[in-house]
Design a protein around this ligand. Sequence first.
Ligand SMILES: Nc1ncnc2c1ncn2[C@@H]1O[C@H](COP(=O)(O)OP(=O)(O)O)[C@@H](O)[C@H]1O
Ligand SMILES: [Mg+2]
Length: 189
Amino acid sequence: MPLILITGTPGVGKTTVARELATRLGCGYIDVADLARREGLTLGYDEEAQAHLIDEEGVRERLRAVARGALYVVDTHVVSAVPPELVEVAIVLRLDPRELEFRLSSRGYPRRKVLENVQAEILDACLVEAVSLLGEGRVFEVDATGKSPEEVVAEVLRVIRERSGARPGSVDWLERLGDEALKYLSASA
Ligand SMILES: Nc1ncnc2c1ncn2[C@@H]1O[C@H](COP(=O)(O)OP(=O)(O)O)[C@@H](O)[C@H]1O
Ligand SMILES: [Mg+2]
């Protein structure tokens, strides 16, 4: 199974980590959003989300053709756009919601989009999707909070090599942030 999936809420550091990981593994790198845009595998533009809607079936087909035989690191927050049977291991990057809020605000995201993503991170949205589509055995969490990109890449490499690491459920922002997490969840913009 030739795909290593790097997923997580937008802003957690997927692209930074996945590109370096591909270099270190000497394999290809695919950013699903880029692939979809480049190859016209989109279903129009979602004004509200301010993002292209991915033609998930089209992307899965394309990935099946591309990945035949070769190893790729795939970067996306849309786990359902990746053919599950090709995923060798999935890493869900996690980031303290407060740091995520800072990064997304710095990116110039509108407040509503910042909040939506921070809430998705608190509620484990990508993790839940990964576990439900891939099963628990291939899914690991890596908490990137307070770590340099190099440190995160090293931890991801260790998980890939040893097939061990943080199991789904080990990151719990509700527990760690307490009332602050509830504040994010009840906020609206
Ligand atoms: N470990 C890290 N420490 C500090 N900043 C980081 C780290 N990883 C990524 N970043 C920064 O955070 C922002 C989002 O990273 P990016 O890789 O684009 O995330 P994603 O692909 O998940 O949206 C970028 O400005 C990037 O430079
Ligand atoms: Mg990215």
